[in-house]
Write a protein that binds this ligand. Structure first.
Ligand code: SF4
Ligand code: SF4
Length: 110
């Protein structure tokens, strides 16, 4: 089920995230839970950029804490453009966001 506001296209939502919200949910005291395949995508991209990456295994998931990375942000967030560097291959957690009503999130139901 999508929690995008009715009438909002994916493109319009993406524009709001980048230009108005400045990718707030890709920063701060948040974590990503990654599958093995998603972790490999992060690792390959980070290696190509020479970006340090800290991902730890917890149970069946790989855990990435934004606060373990430069600027307290996801290492896949371009800090100048506020665009995701792996947008086409972003993890399912990001792909499905907002998966519920998020207070203060302009693209989800209030
Ligand atoms: S909080 Fe909502 S509007 Fe802001 S970046 Fe995240 S999804 Fe986009
Ligand atoms: S992978 Fe992309 S969309 Fe997901 S938190 Fe990182 S920068 Fe944001």
């Amino acid at each position: 089920m999508s929690y995008l506001k009715p009438g909002l296209t994916v493109e319009a939502a993406s524009s709001i995230c980048i230009e108005r919200c400045r990718a707030q949910c890709c920063q701060g005291p948040l974590i990503l839970c990654l599958s093995e395949e998603e972790k490999l995508i992060f690792q390959q991209k980070a290696d190509g950029m020479g970006t340090p990456l800290k991902i730890t295994l917890l149970g069946q998931s790989w855990i990435l804490k934004f606060q373990d990375h430069q600027g307290d942000r996801c290492p896949m967030l371009d800090s100048e453009t506020m665009k995701c560097l792996i947008y086409e291959d972003r993890p399912s957690q990001c792909h499905e966001f907002p998966s519920g009503r998020i207070h203060g999130c302009e693209i989800s139901y209030d």
